[in-house]
Design a protein around this ligand. Structure first.
Ligand code: SF4
Length: 347
């Protein structure tokens, strides 16, 4: 089902926004002059991947410390990275500094006032450029974040297609900043992912998703990808009262973590490939299955022992009694439990 372009969306939404806008420290009230571009930009970067509630106190502390773009551009890298601690996705902090310094060097400390000019800055992507152009400079720009995507998909009962193009058809020439913020507020408080509050929504009469009787069907959810099935062998190699632990390669699953030795995880059973040493390997009856985000790993367990002190292995001998202090990831900790139970049972 697809709807005609709703012509009343912008006036209905702006009238609602005038009475319901969220008061946020980086915003100006509806219909008033736009806020400082520095604050708009900073808040938009902080809000990517982080909630409004978490950003509020961090934003306040940040602008108290660096009240202007110039002060931020002059700050030492270490201080900025430390101030970002806890907000996550640290590339954002590095990009923030890069961008601040570029604005000072190229534009004398004043942000360009067009979407294209903003897009030319380092570390400033499509979404942020559109949001800053609209909110800080009142430019008509199509601002599409996750909330806006959902609202637009429902308004048009659009099961696919370009959300950006649809959003473009409802974006007004006037009050572009208020419109962008109104869409964000509607998406976060009314047109929520689950149980949208359609009865409180100013766009109900324009909304094809509501008319369909099942607005939550939009946007169509991507089918979940099937998990990749992998097989592996985990090795328990003892010497004296210690067991061999290794460090996993820095990249890949559980990268850099301490682990039991294992060969490559692959679609077929690797058997004893990747064994850390020549030994009389014995298969345990029990195995371990572990589910990662996109993979399901089924492991067989092989136990062995070496007696000689000088046997060459890559890794560290760890006292079995001290294994809890090794910080093994869950997969290996569970396998270690199986090995230890087996060890006790076989005396
Ligand atoms: Fe979302 Fe319901 Fe409003 Fe449509 S009527 S925009 S589905 S809250």
């Amino acid at each position: 089902m697809s709807a005609k372009v709703p012509t009343h969306v912008a006036p209905h939404l702006l009238a609602w926004y005038d009475g319901h806008a969220r008061a946020l420290p980086w915003r100006s009230p509806p219909g008033t002059p736009p806020p400082d571009p520095y604050r708009v930009w900073l808040s938009e970067v902080m809000l990517q991947q982080t909630t409004v509630a978490a950003v509020r106190p961090r934003f306040a502390a940040w602008v108290a410390r660096w009240p202007t773009l110039d002060s931020l551009a002059a700050a030492p890298d270490d201080a900025v990275m430390a101030a970002w601690a806890g907000l996550g996705y640290y590339a954002r902090a590095r990009n923030l500094l890069k961008c601040a310094r570029a604005v000072v060097e190229r534009h004398g400390g004043a942000f360009p006032d067009t979407e294209a000019g903003l897009l030319a800055l380092p570390g400033l992507g499509d979404y942020t450029a559109a949001a800053v152009a609209a909110i800080a400079f009142g430019r008509r720009a199509v601002v599409v974040d996750a909330n806006v995507k959902r609202v637009v998909a429902r308004l048009f009962a659009d099961a696919g297609g370009s959300v950006r193009e649809l959003a473009d058809t409802i974006t007004p020439d006037e009050r572009a900043g208020d419109f962008a913020q109104a869409m964000m507020d509607l998406g976060s408080g009314v047109c929520t992912p689950r149980a949208p509050k359609c009865l409180l929504c100013p766009l109900r009469a324009d909304c094809a998703g509501f008319a369909s009787g099942d607005p939550e069907a939009y946007p169509a959810r991507a089918a979940k990808a099937a998990k990749v099935e992998l097989r592996g062998t985990l090795f328990w190699l003892e010497r004296g009262d210690s067991v061999l632990l290794v460090r996993r390669p820095a990249s890949g699953l559980l990268g850099g973590m301490r682990a039991l030795p294992s060969g490559v995880w692959r679609p077929d059973d690797p058997g004893l490939d990747g064994a850390p040493a020549g030994a009389a390997w014995r298969w345990l009856d029990e195995g371990v299955v572990h589910v990662f985000t996109h993979r399901r790993l089924t492991c067989r367990l092989a136990a062995g022992r070496v007696e000689r002190q000088d046997v060459e292995v890559d890794g560290e001998w760890w006292p079995v009694a001290d294994l809890p202090s090794a910080g093994l990831p869950t997969l290996f900790a569970r396998a270690a439990d199986v090995f230890r139970r087996d060890r006790c049972a076989s005396g």
